[in-house]
Design a protein. Structure first.
Length: 278
């Protein structure tokens, strides 16, 4: 299947409007391959019929198109900045604030949660910090975890919390596997007592944020790189409004821009950075 220039423009304009994702002409062949699989799945004969259904506002077709083209790259514990920030900065401060009753709970949001590895990694890091430091007066019930994503299908996988050996091998060590997962056939499933701590919700970051919570920590990693400059600022401003004063935002390594300096102070940690709401 080969997309005409007209089809490519109509589809990429639609995708940009609905999800904020930019698809360049350099990725045309990748889009064609994904669309071919989507047409087969939906039993749609050609691109003209697909566009017709989009114009007629077929919600299921719209959702499946966005889910098909959205990138859901993720892994356990992602990089050293993530773990270093939690262990050396966040947890010592949070434990102190909880003990002094300055906060009743710590609210944590994974804003582009994909299939769940990021928010589950956060639970593991907090649990390990509490046990390693023999902190007995604070447990995981003092932490509230929220995970959102644009895609309903990846959220369903995140809620199930089951992963293949390949997915587990991407950052999850044996000692963590034994402690936090149950073997279910060929898959490893995050134990229910930890999985059930997370509130999952579908969320398009271009729309009004549907979480009625002020957050202490938000992770929105490797999402903004796919957005236009104006859209990036719009999303950052929405997230800023959901953070409490001095709340912390963690982005991907190359996702902070000078335009956001009015909202956040940039703090270096190791080879990475995090951002504190002003």
């Amino acid at each position: 299947m080969t997309l005409t220039d007209s089809h490519f423009k109509r589809l990429t304009d639609f995708i940009l409007e609905e999800s904020g994702n930019i698809i360049s002409i350099n990725n045309k062949s990748i889009l064609e391959m994904k669309l071919l699989n989507l047409l087969d799945e939906l039993e749609i004969e050609n691109i003209d019929e697909l566009i017709f259904k989009l114009v007629k506002n077929d919600e299921y077709v719209k959702q499946r198109l966005i889910e098909t083209i959205t990138i859901h790259e993720t892994r356990w514990f992602r990089d050293k900045t993530f773990s270093k920030l939690v262990n050396e900065t966040l947890m010592p401060a949070w434990v102190k604030e909880l003990r002094e009753n300055k906060l009743k709970t710590i609210n944590i949001w994974s804003a582009a949660a994909s299939s769940g590895q990021e928010i589950y990694s956060m639970i593991i890091l907090i649990s390990e910090y509490l046990s390693t430091n023999l902190i007995l007066d604070i447990d995981l019930s003092r932490f509230k975890f929220y995970a959102t994503d644009l895609s309903e299908s990846v959220l369903a996988k995140a809620k199930a919390g089951c992963y293949s050996q390949y997915e587990i091998n991407r950052g999850c060590k044996d000692n963590i596997l034994e402690k936090y997962f149950d073997l279910n056939g060929k898959d490893y499933c995050f134990k229910p007592k930890y999985r059930n701590l997370v509130h999952f919700q579908q969320q398009n970051l271009l729309e009004s944020i549907g979480l009625n919570t002020s957050f202490d920590y938000v992770m929105c990693r490797y999402v903004l790189i796919y957005f236009e400059k104006e859209t990036k600022l719009e999303v950052i401003e929405k997230i800023s409004k959901k953070l409490r004063s001095n709340g912390i935002l963690l982005l991907g390594g190359s996702e902070m821009y000078l335009e956001y300096a009015k909202l956040f102070d940039k703090i270096s940690i190791g080879v990475g950075n995090y951002y504190v709401k002003k």
